[in-house]
Design a protein around this ligand. Structure first.
Ligand SMILES: O=P(O)(O)OC[C@H]1O[C@H](OP(=O)(O)OP(=O)(O)O)[C@H](O)[C@@H]1O
Ligand code: HPA
Ligand SMILES: [Mg+2]
Length: 183
């Protein structure tokens, strides 16, 4: 855990920094095989995916471009509002591009479901998804996700980009937020 005194806010560490980095290397090896010889556009979903994007992009031995989209459906809550808002759109045109969405977490799946529909309507050659975390017991929509790092329990997690009310994104590990911090 980091130097900031946040241990009291976590009920437990779920995934350590070294486990995260090993998993990202494993995902990168698969992506390199699947996209060999192609120019890949990585689309990071701000803000949660900043850490995954930074580490995955540096791990990939492929020519990649990086672009960012900011959407938000959680605000300062631990429950998705179900309403996805674009806060920042992509700078790139997607026509004919090979796109890989990079996400930190699939929880209800509502953000990704909406994003896939939105990006696919822009005429890319393909759109696939790489998500570090997924909560199988929380997913409310059918989603085809090509790369998933860890399936995790249905607890609210923070760290490594994931926030609660904009806090904890800078933790190196991923931990379960103790209920007393938000109830
Ligand atoms: O599967 P879902 O239930 O839709 O949840 C997943 C989304 O929620 C979080 O984003 P958030 O809206 O909190 O924005 P942030 O990335 O800026 O924290 C997370 O980063 C995913 O994008
Ligand atoms: O468990 C979570 N933690 C932080 N942000 C999130 N956004 C969706 N689910 C989560
Ligand atoms: Mg958030």
């Amino acid at each position: 855990m980091d130097s900031r005194d946040v241990e009291a806010d976590l009920s437990r560490i779920l995934i350590t920094e070294s486990e995260i980095h090993a998993k990202i290397a494993e995902l990168a090896r698969k992506i390199e095989v699947d996209y060999a010889g192609q120019d890949l556009l990585l689309v990071g979903v701000l803000k949660g995916a900043v850490m995954v994007m930074a580490d995955l992009a540096r791990e990939l031995h492929l020519p990649v471009s990086m672009d960012w989209m900011a959407v938000s459906s959680y605000g300062n809550s631990t429950q998705s509002s179900g309403v996805v808002r674009i806060l920042k759109d992509l700078d790139s045109e997607l026509q004919g591009r090979t796109v890989l969405i990079v996400e930190d977490i699939i929880d209800s799946g509502l953000t990704l479901s909406w994003l896939l529909g939105n990006l696919r309507s822009r005429g890319p050659a393909s759109v696939e998804v790489c998500a570090l975390l997924r909560k199988p017991d929380a997913v409310r929509v059918e989603l085809d996700v090509r790369y998933v790092g860890f399936d995790i329990p249905n607890d609210f997690v923070v760290g490594y980009g994931l926030d609660y009310a904009e806090k904890y994104r800078n933790l190196k590990d991923i931990g379960v937020l103790a209920p007393h911090t938000y109830s």
